[in-house]
Design a binder for this molecule. Structure first.
Ligand code: NAD
Length: 510
């Protein structure tokens, strides 16, 4: 049994929704057991064939109804996101609700064409024809994090549904109310029963979903959990997509557009209180502009308004979303300072504000022995390192086990693209930070320990499909030339034919 419990009732196995700005308890949800998860998967399994039998256009109509319902309830949805995560409502609107509405329109309009069967001829097998069909996988399990508790799962759900799958979502235990809002939104759009199931719970519920009868797991979260899921899934060859953490570098060249780069660094590091997989987590600035650039960044950071988003709608930065995240930030700053880093702005926990607040912080004199330069911090910390030149910046940027996003800041796009090709990351943005995660058309993925598989873009939609290849004869023949019987005469003739084809093939390339 899953569902929201009244605040007065308690059960041993439950998760509690907390407002991180006030530490007020918002709701409790019972943790779905392995049995609950199996039943949800069974309901999704039963609903999926009828859903897949709808035309792409009809599935798109449902998605556009959710989009409409979201538009009508945007204030309510943003308030729930803000209450549970601590991010400003305006940020919830721009980076979650607006972005995912755009994703809904994109996949509602484009999926039919992208999923259309593709027919082709086969070079030397002249009498044969082939067709590649993209079929739904069946039931997809989506396990999501708390930092974009709305846009990340809804984006995956929309792509999965457009491809003809049913979905079982396991939202983060830190944002169950947002998970509940997602369920209500799809119900309001009149989705058939079972096509989207939501199971609330913690890691144990996520682990049960990985063990349940799903056809693929789509996971977004930490590297540590990603590895556990990969191990569990490997035991039964269950395919997984893993969108994991980052330690994303920003490279500032001497010719970077000054004001834009300063503002971009500050937004890229402190948006969502730095709790973004694609946040600027390390900044490398070249020597000639370093002093002026650092001074301007520090000025800008000191102007950021830290506070409770619900109390003041001009708050720029709210609290961290949970206590564990706050401890990581405190630990990383203490470790950096103990190893010789200097704090130029912020640097302190703000208990006086009530919740999990930490000041937007700028660190200099940092090096790779410090946690803040090697492990994902996921908090409002911007460590800045001065480097001799762009070559050193690229070397430092690549010296990490992560590879999600990087940014290069320069007035010369051509140089930016050259540097981008040398950086080991899934995405490199020139003169901007983070934002392409919100662009439905662009693929998003990590290299190295930042993940496996792709989300968004054409490739992201294809992750929710299984290829089927169908092959047939154009004209019925008595036999094919590679069948029995094998004879010396036929072998000789075949070698002559091969010689001709070989030469023809070479001519085509030349
Ligand atoms: P997390 O790994 O702690 O949890 C993510 C989800 O996994 C939660 O729903 C959790 O309940 C579930 N889970 C925990 N243990 C599990 C298990 N053993 N089996 C199955 N599910 C389990 O991550 P988080 O703290 O919620 O999110 C922050 C992390 O997510 C950061 O590392 C961040 O970089 C990453 N992230 C990556 C992207 C991306 O697109 N690459 C986007 C957002 C966040």
């Amino acid at each position: 049994m899953t569902g929201k419990l009244p605040m007065t009732m308690t059960r041993a196995a439950e998760i509690v929704s907390l407002n991180p700005a006030t530490l007020e308890k918002l709701a409790r949800f019972p943790i779905a057991t392995a049995d609950d998860v199996s039943q949800a998967v069974a309901r999704a399994r039963a609903a999926q064939p009828a859903w897949a039998a709808l035309s792409c256009r009809n599935r798109a109509r449902y998605i556009l109804k959710v989009r409409r319902a979201l538009y009508d309830r945007k204030e309510e949805v943003c308030r729930i996101i803000s209450d549970e995560t601590g991010k400003p409502e305006f940020e919830a609107l721009t980076t979650e609700v607006f972005m995912v509405s755009d994703l809904m329109s994109h996949f509602a309009m484009k999926s039919e064409k992208l999923l259309r069967p593709r027919r082709f001829t086969l070079a030397v097998f002249r009498n044969k024809r082939s067709m590649v069909v993209r079929e739904p996988l069946g039931v997809v399990g989506v396990i999501s994090p708390w930092n974009f508790p709305f846009s990340i799962p809804v984006g995956e759900i929309v792509m999965a549904l457009m491809a003809g799958n049913a979905v079982v979502l396991k939202p983060s235990e830190h944002t169950p109310l947002v998970g509940d809002a997602i369920k209500r939104l799809f119900a309001a759009a009149g989705f058939p029963e079972g096509v989207l199931e939501v199971v609330q719970g913690d890691g144990s519920t996520g682990a049960a979903l990985v063990e349940a009868a799903v056809d693929k797991i789509f996971f977004t979260g930490s590297v540590r959990t990603g590895k556990k899921i990969a191990e569990a899934a490997a035991r039964r060859l269950l395919p997984v997509v893993l969108e994991l953490g980052g330690k994303d570098p920003m490279i500032v060249c001497a010719d970077a557009p000054f004001e834009r780069t300063v503002k971009g660094a500050v937004w890229g590091a402190f948006m969502n209180c730095g709790q973004v997989c694609a946040s600027v987590e390390r900044l490398y600035v070249v020597e000639p502009v370093a002093e002026r650039f650092i001074a301007a960044v520090v000025d800008e950071v000191k102007r950021l308004r830290l506070g409770r988003p619900a109390a003041d709608c001009s708050t720029d930065v709210g609290p961290l979303t949970n206590e564990q995240q706050l401890s990581t930030v405190v630990e990383h700053v203490a470790d950096a300072v103990a190893r010789g880093a200097r704090v130029l702005a912020g640097g302190r926990r703000r208990e006086d504000l009530g919740g999990y607040f930490f000041e937007p912080t700028v660190l200099v004199d940092v090096d790779e022995t410090m946690k803040v330069m090697s492990d994902e911090t996921f908090g409002p910390i911007l460590p800045i390192k001065v480097v001799k030149d762009e070559d050193e910046a690229v070397r430092e940027a690549n010296a990490t086990r992560y590879g999600l996003l990087a940014s290069v800041w320069t007035a010369d796009n051509e140089k930016g693209r050259r540097l981008a090709r040398r950086i080991e990351a899934g995405t490199v943005i020139i003169n901007d930070a983070i934002y392409t995660h919100g662009a439905a058309r662009t693929p998003w993925f990590g290299v190295k320990e930042s993940g496996l598989g792709v989300t968004h873009g054409d490739a992201g939609l294809f992750e929710f499909t299984r290829l089927k290849h169908v092959n047939w004869d154009l004209l019925p023949l008595k036999s094919d030339w590679w069948w029995f019987p094998y004879t010396p005469r036929w072998e000789q003739r075949f070698k002559t034919l091969m010689k001709v084809l070989y030469r023809l093939g070479l001519r085509k390339i030349a």
